[in-house]
Design a protein around this ligand. Structure first.
Ligand code: FE2
Length: 94
């Protein structure tokens, strides 16, 4: 896991948040890889496996996001303001 600070100097809370954030990145990468491979293959059977695996990664991503939301109050605030909003994208954010 990439580090900007020595892990021993960080609190248990920040170390756990870093673990979850890095895992979130890895789950999103896995979604991207499976999506590209599903799109590229001409083998329908392999495509169905790739699509299934890609969608499993979306569940993993969502679980990590929920962990982060529960443990990062500012992220919780932002997600409540933005996710599932009926506003146009241009109207969201600062
Ligand atoms: Fe995963």
């Amino acid at each position: 896991m990439p580090r900007f600070e020595v892990s021993e100097n960080l609190s248990k809370k920040i170390n756990d948040l870093s673990r979850a954030r890095q895992s979130l990145i890895e789950e999103m990468e896995a979604i991207m890889f499976y999506d590209e491979r599903a799109d590229a293959t001409e083998n329908e059977e392999l495509r169905s496996v790739m699509v299934h695996n890609r969608d499993d990664e979306k569940e993993h991503f969502s679980l990590l996001l929920e962990f982060l939301r529960r443990n990062d109050p500012e992220l919780d605030k932002e997600l409540r303001e933005i996710l599932f909003s009926k506003k146009k994208m241009q109207e969201l954010g600062d």
